[in-house]
Design a protein around this ligand. Structure first.
Ligand code: NAI
Ligand code: MG
Length: 370
C-alpha cells in the first residue's frame, strides 16, 4: 500500500484536491492518504508554513500530493502573524521551495499536451514535455543587497566586467548569482534523454543562452552534448531562450522534450501551459531520486476558494504523473484516457472552458469514464 502525504493547502487547493481524491478513489489505487498541514494558516498561527510535523510525515511517505498555498509579501506576512509570535524573528519562507531543497527534488517535470477538443488549445498537435532544473540556477538563493564589501572586492579582482560597476555605492547594486553545477546539469539533461528514449521522442531541445551566458549556459551546453552521445538515436537541438519564445509560438508542434535551467524553465513552462489551455491544465511533478511532490501549478486563487468552481483537471493530470512515477502505468493510462474522453466530449466544462460545470462535476465525469 502506498503512503501518500496529502497536502491540500489553501484556497482552491482544497477544492481541487477533493476532486482529485474522487478520481483516485474511482481508480481504486491501493493507497493511504495522510493529510498534513501546509500553508498560510500555519504561518499565521505557528510562524511556519511548513511545520516540522509535516516534514516528518513526508519522510514517512512514498510521495506527496499538494494543492496550492497562499503567500503574501513581507509587510502583510508580518502583519498577519499571531500577536504572540511577532518580533520573535520568524521569517516567511516558501514551503514549496523548501520542499524542493529538503528532498532534493531536482527535476520539475511539466508535460504540456493539447488534448483533442479542448477549446483553449493554441493548436491541436502540441505535445511538449519540459524538464526544468529545480534546485539551482538563478533560484539558488545566493543574493546580495547591499553587496558586502568582500564580495565586491572578490568579484572585482576576478572579473573585468565587474570593474565597470566600481563607482556604484553598495546600497545601489544588487546581485543574484546564477549557479550551475556539472552534477545539476548532468542529471537534468540525462533524465530528459532517458524520458525521450522511453517515450520515443526523436529530439531533445536544450534551451539556454550560451552565446551570452558563456559560463553557466556554456556548462549546460557542454554537459548536454556529452550526455547526448550516450543516446545516438535522439537528436540534441540547441536553442536560445529568446528565440525559443518565438519558435514556440510559431511552430510548437515541431518540438518534443525541452530541457533547461531553473529560471528559463519557469518561463518556458508557463508559456507552454498556455498553449494547451492554461492554469486549469498545467500539472507538474517535483521529482528527486527518492521522493516526489506532485501538484497543479496554479496557486490558491482566493477569489474562487470554496466555490467548487475552478477546473480540477490540472490536479487530476498531476495525479496521472504521480501514478506514472509510482510505476502504476496501467492506472495512469486509464486515467489519461478518461480525462481525454471527457475533454473530447465537451459536455462537462468548467468556467475557464466556457461552461458552467462545477469542480466536482468535472471530477465525477472523469471518474465515470474510469
Ligand atoms: P493563481 O494561480 O492562484 O490564480 C490566478 C487566476 O488563474 C485565478 O484568479 C483564476 O482566474 C485562474 N485559475 C487558477 N487556477 C485555476 C483553475 N484550476 N481553473 C480555472 N482557473 C484557474 O495565481 P495568483 O492569483 O497570482 O495567486 C494567488 C495566491 O496563490 C497567491 O497567494 C500566490 O502567492 C499563490 N500561488 C501559489 C502557488 C502554489 O501554491 N504553487 C503558485 C502560484 C501562486
Ligand atoms: Mg511559475
Amino acid at each position: 500500500m502506498y503512503r501518500i502525504a496529502w497536502l491540500p493547502g489553501d484556497g482552491i487547493g482544497i477544492d481541487v484536491m477533493n476532486a482529485a481524491r474522487a478520481v483516485l478513489d474511482a481508480l481504486k489505487l491501493d493507497a493511504q492518504y495522510m493529510p498534513a498541514d501546509i500553508g498560510w494558516e500555519f504561518w499565521c498561527n505557528e510562524g511556519d508554513a511548513l511545520p516540522q510535523r509535516t516534514i516528518d510525515l513526508l519522510r514517512a511517505s512514498h510521495c506527496a500530493f499538494f494543492g496550492a498555498i497562499t503567500s503574501k509579501p513581507k509587510e502583510e506576512a508580518d502583519a498577519e502573524l499571531a500577536p504572540h509570535l511577532r518580533d520573535k524573528g520568524f521569517v516567511y519562507r516558501s514551503p514549496i521551495v523548501r520542499l524542493r531543497q529538503l528532498f532534493d527534488l531536482y527535476m520539475n517535470l511539466r508535460p504540456c499536451k493539447a488534448y483533442a477538443g479542448n477549446p483553449l488549445n493554441y493548436r491541436d498537435d502540441i505535445n511538449l514535455v519540459i524538464f526544468r532544473e529545480n534546485t539551482e540556477g538563478l533560484y539558488a538563493g545566493v543574493e546580495f543587497h547591499p553587496v558586502p564589501e568582500n564580495v565586491r572586492r572578490a568579484l572585482e579582482e576576478s572579473s573585468g566586467a565587474m570593474r565597470a560597476f566600481k563607482a556604484i555605492a553598495s546600497d545601489d547594486i544588487a546581485i543574484t548569482a546564477r549557479i550551475i553545477t556539472r552534477r545539476g546539469a548532468e542529471r537534468i539533461v540525462r533524465r530528459a534523454f532517458e524520458y525521450a528514449q522511453k517515450n520515443n521522442y526523436p529530439t531533445v531541445t536544450l534551451v539556454e543562452k550560451p552565446n551570452v551566458l558563456r559560463e553557466t549556459s556554456g556548462l549546460m551546453t557542454r554537459v548536454a552534448r556529452q550526455v547526448a552521445r550516450a543516446f545516438p538515436r535522439i537528436e540534441l537541438w540547441e536553442a536560445n531562450i529568446d528565440a525559443m519564445m518565438m519558435w514556440l509560438l510559431k511552430n510548437p508542434q515541431q518540438y518534443g522534450i525541452l530541457v533547461t535551467s531553473n529560471l528559463f524553465g519557469d518561463v518556458v513552462s508557463d508559456l507552454c501551459a498556455q498553449l494547451v489551455g492554461g492554469l486549469g491544465f498545467a500539472a507538474s511533478g517535483n521529482i528527486g531520486d527518492q521522493f516526489a511532490v506532485f501538484e497543479p501549478t496554479h496557486g490558491s486563487a482566493p477569489k474562487y476558494a470554496g466555490q467548487n468552481k475552478v477546473n480540477p483537471l490540472a490536479t487530476i493530470l498531476a495525479a496521472k504523473l504521480m501514478l506514472d512515477w509510482l510505476g502504476e502505468t496501467e492506472k495512469a493510462t486509464r486515467l489519461e484516457n478518461a480525462i481525454a474522453t471527457v475533454i473530447a466530449e465537451g459536455r462537462v466544462r468548467t468556467y475557464d472552458l466556457g461552461g458552467t460545470s462545477t469542480t466536482m462535476e468535472m471530477a465525477e465525469a472523469v471518474a465515470r469514464k474510469l
